[in-house]
Design a protein around this ligand. Structure first.
Ligand code: GLA
Length: 405
């Protein structure tokens, strides 16, 4: 994600409506998509594995009006660049516009007929913090383009694959589908456990006494995108290795723990550790689902910690700031479970915290992190949320009138 010229700030949808109407006129329609935290199942999505994200009540908003036929026009509060492109000749450009241009191209490729659209986007999800600001940008603008083209209802999975197309072919990030999926299908008070191979999913209710608390290190590593693609490549090398022994293997998802133990010996060390993370992480997601079902919070705590250690030592996508934040949280009052969340190389940790102790938790983590890293972190208690959709003013209240799915 390119550097925004302004910081994301917390908005209310009515404030955004006012700003979007100032830009686009009173006929402007309003769409949004949420950010997410991933509870467990990190870097497993592009290995056809299991993930367990939650949509959160931090949104990207897209205001939209019809524009000249065949033209798409993009503006944002956070970025200076403005884009105008022809829908029939969409190509990657430089900068943030690629998320939206790629989304338009992806939707058209899936057979959706778009119309000329003018879009104005604004986000309260910090960019590059591992909270899936990119997918929220893609899904909110995709919904807006479909809304203007009057092609609603549509298939939720088409949104997901169109956004995946944007990442791979316009942005150049070889991501999986977790972020786009949760921005589209998210469900309040639930995590979604998604099987990225079969695409089957199920809602996992969040324990009522737990609050989600996000701690932002504020660190963004410049090489995160290339390191991400490198991890993906190393996983592919692992697949080829196991395929030579077990021809039925298509992805690391097909390698059992016993297969791994038996055939890992002559793998290069780094590739062996990448595979060990993915194969063990899938098992942890299954176990976490059971722990949620059985309300076994101490097991959840162990699983989150094991996931963090595996990401730190085997997958090597953590960093000293994330490790310090995880350690600070583990000592804080009210702590249940915590780990880094998202792609890594900076960004945020996710924590399950007893609701009654959230303020004490925040104060304690903030002080401990500050004394160790000499930086005051941003820490937010967030709510789980539904996936994206269109908002409308009903009796002076912004309501989700049409959900993405
Ligand atoms: C990023 C990608 C996702 C996923 C996570 C790591 O958020 O967009 O597809 O791979 O990293 O779990």
């Amino acid at each position: 994600m390119p550097e925004p010229s302004r910081q994301a700030q917390l908005l209310s949808s009515s404030v955004f409506r006012r700003q979007a109407c100032d830009k686009l006129g009173p006929e402007c329609r309003l769409f949004r998509a949420p950010g997410r935290v991933n509870l467990i199942g990190e870097h497993t999505d592009y290995n056809q594995g299991l993930v367990m994200p939650v949509a959160i009540n931090r949104y990207t908003y897209a205001g939209a009006v019809p524009a000249r036929a065949g033209e798409i026009h993009l503006e944002s509060r956070e970025f200076e660049d403005i884009y105008t492109a022809k829908l029939e000749m969409l190509q990657p450009e430089k900068g943030w516009g690629n998320y939206l241009l790629g989304m338009a191209a992806g939707l058209q490729q899936r057979g959706y007929k778009l119309r000329g659209t003018r879009l104005y986007v604004q986000s309260e999800i910090p960019f590059g913090a591992g909270l899936s600001s990119s997918a929220a940008l893609e899904i909110s603008s995709g919904l807006a383009m479909l809304g203007i083209a009057q092609t609603w209802p549509h298939q939720g999975m088409d949104m997901v694959w169109a956004a995946h197309f944007a990442e791979h072919h316009f942005v150049g990030a070889l991501t999986g589908i977790m972020d786009q999926f949760i921005a589209t299908f998210g469900r309040k008070e639930h995590a979604l456990m998604l099987d990225c191979r079969s695409l089957e999913w199920e809602p996992v209710p969040l324990p009522a006494e737990c609050e989600l608390v996000i701690c932002n290190t504020g660190v963004r590593h410049a090489l995160a995108a290339s390191a991400y693609n490198q991890r993906r490549h190393e996983c592919q090398l692992g697949v080829e290795h196991f395929q030579r022994r077990l021809p039925e293997v298509q992805s690391l998802r097909d390698v059992t723990w016993n297969d791994f133990l038996r055939w890992q010996t002559d793998l290069p060390d780094a590739v062996m550790r990448r595979c060990r993370h993915i194969i063990s992480e899938n098992r942890r997601v299954e176990e976490a689902r059971r722990a949620f079902q059985q309300h076994d919070l101490s097991r959840l705590s162990e699983l989150f910690s094991a996931s963090h250690r595996s990401l730190r030592d085997d997958y090597e996508v953590s960093c000293p700031e994330l490790d310090a934040m995880v350690e600070a949280a583990a000592q804080a009052p009210g702590f249940i479970a915590g780990r880094m969340t998202g792609g890594g190389f900076g960004g945020c940790t996710v924590n399950l915290v007893y609701r009654a102790q959230v303020s004490r938790f925040i104060a304690s983590v903030s002080a401990a992190y500050r004394s160790q890293m000499n930086h005051i972190p941003e820490i937010w208690a967030v709510e789980s949320a539904d996936g994206g959709g269109e908002l409308a003013l009903v009796n002076d209240q912004e309501l989700l009138i049409r959900a993405a799915t």
